[in-house]
Design a protein around this ligand. Structure first.
Ligand code: HEC
Length: 164
């Protein structure tokens, strides 16, 4: 190998290196332009959503505007009082919402709704007594059928529906 060979080699070699550097730069710009595109595709409501997530839970309002807002909020959060009178209670609805799950098929020995067994119980104990056991529970029969939010009136209406 003489010196000319070395020079030729170095020229070629640096040519390749330069080519690779140019390729790297091209790839970097390509990648950046793709990143820019995906930015455009980003969810346009992203900003609003972020704003919502980091916004404070409560606001402080003062003066007349504050008093009005407070009154409005209190009115909105006041529990709605629902007066249920006996006449409005729908026994069938209560039964079909819960009691049927055991009393249609006689699960765990539950007297089947509308059956003779049901009628005999009511006949022997009296309606008040079977209503009381439906309210308080009886062996496997859970108190109020398992829904403590049912009122006495609703239980009574359901029982009356069951013996019809
Ligand atoms: C998890 C099943 C189940 C559900 C739900 C259920 N019951 Fe019962 N119920 C029973 C069983 C079991 C008995 C029989 C209990 C016994 O005599 O030992 C029974 C008995 C009764 C009796 C007869 C009580 C007595 O004194 O003989 C009445 C009335 C009654 N259920 C009403 C209802 C009403 C009304 C509902 C719905 C609000 C309801 N049940 C929901 C299982 C259930």
């Amino acid at each position: 190998m003489d010196q000319n060979d070395d020079k030729a080699f170095i020229r070629k070699f640096s040519g390749i290196i330069l080519g690779l550097i140019a390729l790297t730069v091209v790839l970097i710009f390509l990648a950046r332009s793709m990143m820019f595109e995906s930015d455009i595709d980003a969810n346009p409501s992203q900003g609003v959503m972020t704003e919502k997530r980091i916004s404070p839970v409560s606001d402080v309002r003062v003066g007349e505007e504050g008093a009005a807002a407070l009154a409005q909020a209190q009115a909105a959060s006041a529990p709605a009082v629902v007066e249920i009178t006996a006449a409005e209670v729908d026994g069938e609805q209560v039964y079909k919402g819960l009691c049927f799950s055991c009393h249609d098929a006689g699960v765990a020995g539950a007297p089947i709704s509308g059956s003779e067994a049901m009628a005999i119980r009511v006949g022997e104990k009296g309606i008040d007594s079977v209503v009381a056991s439906a309210i308080n529970g009886l062996n496997v029969m859970p108190p109020r059928g398992g829904n403590p939010s049912l009122s006495d009136e609703e239980i009574r209406a359901a029982v009356e529906f069951m013996v019809k």
